[in-house]
Design a binder for this molecule. Structure first.
Ligand code: NAP
Ligand code: ZN
Length: 347
């Protein structure tokens, strides 16, 4: 075991503070990573606040990890000391079930092991990326291509893959009209990725405050959902709508914006249930879908796609002491567009 400084939440909804945690000794297939940057995902806040129930404390959040390899276990061949790598939401899975074999480890039938707020197959709690070092099985480590800075790469490991995967799944590309609801961490990545895939992108934000940014990120249209007229103007327009909002939404209104055969794909994960009128789907063969992160092969594909298209996240780098302030700003939709912790400032 080796001690590493980390930022932890001691209990539900409590402020985070610096502490020290233990990382396990390297197993043969483990990689030790010196973490350079860790993104702050709204899921971190949901879990610290125990919105989804079952949180494990103390909790070291963080599943947007970018850094360099510091050491490798005896059987690791894929990575060497000094390699630029990233880790996302998962650190283990059974590796044998149909889903794992298909590279969809997020749906492992035994349950994947989440990067934090979970227990490994050894029963030990997992601690995430708000720390200086992490030990991860080599199969759950991705390569960050040269050309993407580690700071702007960190958010790709969750916000990037979580939006890339449904955009691919619903065949977003040239000739497709796509709307993104919510211009936050996930939403701004969705705009960049969908534009790079060749689609025509519209942002649906609560207000027009971030309009200029949305257009710079690659959107061709930007509408405020606080304006009633938006839902009339855009009726029946979109092939795909990606909902990245962390709170409940009036689903019927958004289903009304879909074209015939269109899909409302949801990645936002509010704790409370939402309801909708079945006729909102029936009138137009519409689909209401969900999507959870992406598998490891697809995460690598996304990173390579980002390198090819010069895509990184828009970030605000913060020091350890600013984490609680950053959480408040994310809760208030006051993030442009991802907070990233410089782990050199921890401890
Ligand atoms: P975020 O940075 O806070 O962005 C969410 C955006 O939603 C806000 O910036 C805001 O955009 C909009 N919004 C917030 N509250 C709203 C409300 N009450 N009504 C309408 N719009 C609202 O969060 P994030 O990190 O992108 O995460 C978004 C959600 O995705 C979270 O629930 C998170 O847990 C979930 N998530 C899911 C997965 C998955 O695998 N499915 C993975 C990662 C995260 P505007 O200001 O533009 O309106
Ligand atoms: Zn996340």
């Amino acid at each position: 075991m080796s001690a590493t400084p980390a930022i932890a939440a001691p209990g539900a909804g409590q402020p985070l503070g610096v502490t020290t945690i233990e990382r396990r000794e390297l197993r043969p297939d483990d990689v030790l990573i010196d973490i350079a940057y860790a993104g702050i995902c709204h899921s971190d806040i949901h879990q610290v606040d125990e919105d989804w129930g079952g949180s494990i404390f103390p909790m070291v959040p963080g599943h947007e990890i970018a850094g360099t390899v510091a050491a490798v276990g005896s059987s690791v061949t894929k990575y060497q000391v000094g390699d630029r790598v990233g880790v996302g939401c998962m650190v283990d899975s059974c590796g044998e079930c149909e889903q794992c074999r298909a590279g969809r480890e997020q749906f492992c039938v035994k349950g994947n092991v989440q990067t934090y707020n979970a227990r490994g197959f050894d029963g030990e709690p997992t601690y995430g990326g708000y720390s200086k070092q992490v030990v991860v099985r080599d199969a759950f480590v991705c390569r960050i291509p040269e050309g993407i800075g580690l700071d702007v790469a960190a958010p790709l490991l969750c916000a990037g893959i979580t939006t890339y995967s449904p955009l691919r799944q619903w065949n977003v590309g040239p000739g497709k009209k796509v709307a993104v609801i919510g211009l936050g961490g996930l939403g701004h990545m969705a705009v960049k990725l969908a534009a790079a895939m060749g689609a025509e992108v519209t942002v649906l934000s609560q207000s027009l405050k971030k309009r200029e940014d949305g257009l710079k990120l690659g959107a061709s249209d930007y509408y405020a959902t606080s304006d009633e007229a938006t839902f009339d103007t855009l009726r029946g327009r979109f092939d795909v709508i990606l909902n990245t909002v962390s709170a409940q939404l009036p689903l019927d209104r958004y289903l009304g914006l879909l074209a015939v055969d269109g899909t409302l794909a949801n990645v936002g994960a509010p704790a409370d249930p939402m309801s909708f009128n079945m006729f909102s789907l029936l009138g137009g063969n519409k689909k209401l879908a969900g999507s959870m992160i992406g598998g490891i092969p697809e995460t690598q594909e996304m990173l390579d796609f980002c390198a090819e298209h010069g895509i990184g996240a828009e970030i605000e780098v913060i020091s350890a002491e600013k984490v609680n302030e950053a959480y408040e700003r994310v809760k208030n939709s006051d993030v442009r567009y991802r907070f990233v912790i410089d782990t050199a400032t921890i401890g």
